[in-house]
Design a protein around this ligand. Sequence first.
Ligand code: C2E
Ligand code: SIN
Ligand code: SIN
Ligand code: FE
Ligand code: FE
Length: 563
Amino acid sequence: MSQISRTVLCVDDEPNILEGLKRQLVRSGHQVFTAVGPQAGLHTLRQQGPFAVVIADYQMPGMTGSEFLREVRRISPDTVTMMLTGCADLEVAVAALHEGQIFRFLNKPCSRDVLVTAVQQALEQYRLIVSERALTHALAQANEELNRLNRDLEDRVRERTAAINRLYHFVSELSGLDSLENVGDLVVRTVADLLDSRRVSLMIPDPSGEYLTILAACGIDPELKDRIRVPVGSPIAGSAFAECRNIVVNEPDPVGLPTTRYDSEFFAVVPLVSSVLLTSGSAVGVLNVTEPRSGAAYGQEALAKLKAIAESAAVAIQNQIRLYERNEARDAVILAMAKLAENRDPETGAHLERVQTYCRLLSRVLAASSRYASQIDEEFVSAIVRSSPLHDIGKVGIPDAILLKPGRLTPDEFEIMKTHTTIGGDTIRGLLEQRPRQGFLRMGMEIAYCHHEKFDGSGYPKGLVGDQIPLSARILALADVYDALTSRRVYKAAMSHQEAAAVIRDGCGQHFDPDIVEAFCQEETRFQQTAIDLQDESSPRDPVESAPRSGVAPRATCRPAAS
Ligand code: C2E
Ligand code: SIN
Ligand code: SIN
Ligand code: FE
Ligand code: FE
């Protein structure tokens, strides 16, 4: 205990009593102050206090001992107070004692032993009070600290849990997306949400690889979004991309950070982060984040979240780009193959495109019927649309003399003509063997082989019957014939829609699958409209609507041998 705790103040209006008290206490090793009368006592208290123990006489002029000690406790609440009383004051003493405020009453005169023991007990009491107070204070502080820690912990746990949940959903959603735009939107929404920021953009390089353009953004004027092109290598996003690093700017006006048009419009305020999206060491894009709602700098926590998003986003974007390139390459291959055949058959023009449309129309109607719902889904529709241009690629193997012959084919010529199905099918089979994973080629092969098979088994090359003919080829057969009928060929004029539709209905169950003829009947209007919308421009349709139809006889009647 400090010096103070051993300090005693004695107050009495009789100086010799004070002297007696002081002498006895000093001899017992206490530090003692004395004051004559209550006013001097309060003065000493203010000047020298606080004291551990204050002893006051009850009978003093101007103020009773009770009043004086009450004032002492008001000034220094921990001080232990004792009172000296004569016998006459006993009643007062008992009352005061019951109030529990005065520690001990000493009778005047009191022996040295009683005095010293009482003072020692009072000092002990004082130590208790002081240490209890310190303890309570420490406890309160510890409690406060603990509560604060708990609150922080709860907040952080809650925040982390929410962040982890959000990331989990992000990743699972990401894997289900099927376009670059959708991936971009999800990435941007997730970043805005997790980093609680108003402006987020995702940039990817344009085809030239020289500029970054915005794939997806939030908090940015859509007009600005489309206009922004950041040269690769220029600040800020362009540098992050070119140097494969993250750029974090939390301080305003960073030295040596040149501003560009892009920066002033887009990265107008700090803090900001440009985070590069890396897969296997190469940059696929940049995530820009700015305007945090809190206004606070982006710290460790925010950057860790951004890193988690950037990693999965990079993979997803890379996958989408590859998928897109693969689809592009595939479509280009199909078209190149198909054109190869078509180029030699100048009158077919937009034939491929119309046949695609007819296949789509028929597939969709069939998909809606319970009978075909399990066989035809969107994937089937897109596969038949993609692969239908391949049906006649075998025509590349047919000599010009036959393919481009203006008149009717002889039976021998027609036998050669028929081989376009097997030539085409075999060609695609060869491709498929080299690239077994190119599933879309499988349907192309079915179609090439089987598009001249007829439902009743009278077609070629194999004479397959009914369900033996792949569904894709049954659909294409109708689409192909409708288009051949309504188009002009080197060897024939075009028919009107009504005539063509009659030929199709005639062929129901013989040439064509009745279900598919029914689908055609449902969509007749759209077939007719497609024939008009996509008619060949370079070689206009035969003026069937205006000219007399006498010269154009349906071939089914003039060449029954071919059926
Ligand atoms: P394409 O011109 O694309 O005709 C495809 C199919 O449409 C024909 O298959 C046939 O089933 C149908 N089709 C076309 N025009 C008529 C028609 O006037 N009446 C009827 N009822 N059906 C018609 P097909 O017969 O197996 O012929 C396959 C390909 O052989 C034709 O493809 C065409 O390139 C060629 N071809 C067929 N007949 C002749 C012909 O008389 N002269 C010439 N130069 N080529 C022909
Ligand atoms: C093949 O010959 O396997 C291709 C035609 C088909 O799948 O029916
Ligand atoms: C096949 O199944 O091999 C194709 C059938 C056909 O060419 O008609
Ligand atoms: Fe054909
Ligand atoms: Fe065709």
